[in-house]
Each structure stands twice: as structure tokens, then as C-alpha cells.
Write a protein that binds this ligand. Structure first.
Ligand code: APR
Length: 232
């Protein structure tokens, strides 16, 4: 019998208990920075050192943190289900936890790419500075989708979400499009589980939505246990 397909859409709240700041909570990443200065092509053109240092700080921090029990529980789901993780997060904590199919809608902190050849992507875990260049001498930049840039994997993510027998949404304020639109690609009968201590959706908004008003670490492991028991 084919395995049920579970699609998990995660946001910054998924990694909060690993020690990585979210964007819009109190003391979030955007509180200390002007988004357009550190996460936009215009900002990079205006002050590349500032942007490179912003991502260097986040890359250094990612080297120090580990997946939390929520990441690990999602990886366990693969024992019984066909699981795809569609994440807005640029950390690699889902991969570190053992999830084998992760789609990064907004890019990856441990990758960089040429400013001229967007297909020239390198694994990169150290600081990136001006003068770090590609094969043709063009500057390397973070492999991150900045505000105003296209989301190349959106269609892939939408196709995956359409296949979901179960959709789980964890730790996202649902404020950034097009990522937030993915919830509408699930069939209206598809059970949706929304895990967030301050949920921004109402159960009445969707056909089959269960809100779990807990953190990822509190709410995901019990949800995984429940899914194992419901779906033999
Ligand atoms: N467990 C689960 N959810 C949490 C936790 C936690 N421990 N702590 C906070 N949250 C929730 C918050 O309640 C909020 O709903 O996580 C969500 C974080 O929202 P944002 O900070 O807006 O992060 P996110 O939704 O991922 O932002 C989307 O915006 O700035 C861009 O590219 C950036 O990918 C990011 C996108």
C-alpha cells in the first residue's frame, strides 16, 4: 500500500527553540535591521559589506546550534509516511535532523552563488567577503531569496503541496508571499495541522484545520505520535 503523503510547511518558529531568532517576534531579526538594507538586491548594491556581514553572523550562529525535538520528530515521520518539508527557513536543521526531502523556498545559508551566473552555487560554511569570486572573477553572494526577488522553487512547492494527504504548518506568521499562499494549494478536504504558540489563522478559515497552540518542541512530537497511531 503506497505511503500517505505528508507535506510540512515550516517557518522561523520551527528553529526558534534551537536558538535561531525568528523575524517578527519580539527581539526578532527584523527588529535590529532594516529589511531592505540587509535582505534586498538594492541593499546589497548599496552596501555589500553590510549585507555580507549580516549573513556571516547568521552563518556563524547556525554552526553553533542543533536541530530541536520538533525537527527530529518530523524526520521520524519518514518511517511511515512519504514526507516533503517545504521550508521558508535558510538553516539546514531539517537536514541535520535527518529529513531527506527538504525544499528551501527562500534559499540556504550554507550556500553561496555567483552574482553573474545564478546556476553557479557552492557549499559555503565560512564567512563570505568582498573579493570571494566565481570562476570568472564575479563576486559571490548569499544563496538567499531577497525581498523583491523571484522564488524559483515556488512551482515545485505548490505541486508538492497539492499532493498532500496531510498538511502540517509549523512556526510561520503567514505574512510573506508567495510562501503563505501554499496553504491554498492543498485540497480543501486535506487535514491541516497548524502548530504555533500565536497562530495567525482561524479554524474557520479552512475546511479541515486543527490549531495546535503550542511551540514546535511542545506540539510536534505528540502530533507525530498521533499521526503514527491514526494512519497505520
Ligand atoms: N515554535 C513554533 N512557532 C513559533 C515559536 C516556537 N518556539 N516561536 C515563535 N513561533 C511562531 C510565531 O508565533 C510566528 O507565527 O513562528 C512564527 C514566526 O513568524 P516570522 O518571524 O514572521 O517568520 P516566518 O513566518 O518564517 O517569516 C517568513 O519572512 O522575512 C522573511 O524570508 C523571511 O522566511 C522568512 C519569511
Amino acid at each position: 500500500m503506497p505511503k500517505q503523503k505528508i507535506v510540512v510547511l515550516t517557518g522561523a518558529g520551527m528553529s526558534a527553540e534551537s536558538g535561531l531568532k525568528t523575524f517578527r517576534d519580539a527581539d526578532g531579526l527584523w527588529e535590529g535591521h532594516d529589511v531592505m538594507e540587509v535582505a534586498s538586491p538594492q541593499g546589497f548594491a548599496r552596501n555589500p559589506e553590510l549585507v555580507l556581514e549580516f549573513y556571516n553572523q547568521r552563518r556563524r550562529q547556525l554552526l553553533e546550534v542543533s536541530p530541536n525535538q520538533g525537527h527530529l520528530a518530523l524526520a521520524q515521520l519518514e518511517q511511515q509516511f512519504n514526507v516533503s518539508i517545504v521550508t521558508q527557513n535558510v538553516d539546514n536543521l531539517h537536514e541535520q535532523a535527518g529529513s531527506s526531502h527538504v525544499v528551501h523556498l527562500h534559499g540556504e545559508l550554507f550556500k553561496v552563488r555567483s552574482i553573474r551566473d545564478e546556476n553557479y552555487v557552492l557549499d559555503w560554511k565560512k564567512d563570505l567577503t568582498l573579493g570571494d569570486v566565481d570562476y570568472a572573477g564575479h563576486q559571490l553572494r548569499p544563496h538567499i531569496v531577497w525581498f523583491g526577488e523571484m522564488v524559483p522553487l515556488l512551482e515545485t512547492a505548490a505541486e508538492i503541496t497539492q499532493q498532500a494527504d496531510i498538511l502540517i504548518i509549523i512556526g510561520t506568521s503567514m505574512q510573506v508571499y508567495p510562501a503563505a499562499s501554499l496553504i491554498h494549494y492543498a485540497d480543501h478536504q486535506t487535514p491541516i495541522y497548524f502548530v504555533d504558540p500565536k497562530p495567525t489563522v482561524r479554524a474557520s478559515d479552512f475546511g479541515n484545520l486543527t490549531i495546535i497552540q503550542k511551540t514546535a518542541v511542545e506540539g510536534v512530537p505528540p502530533l507525530v505520535e498521533e499521526l503514527f497511531s491514526i494512519w497505520p
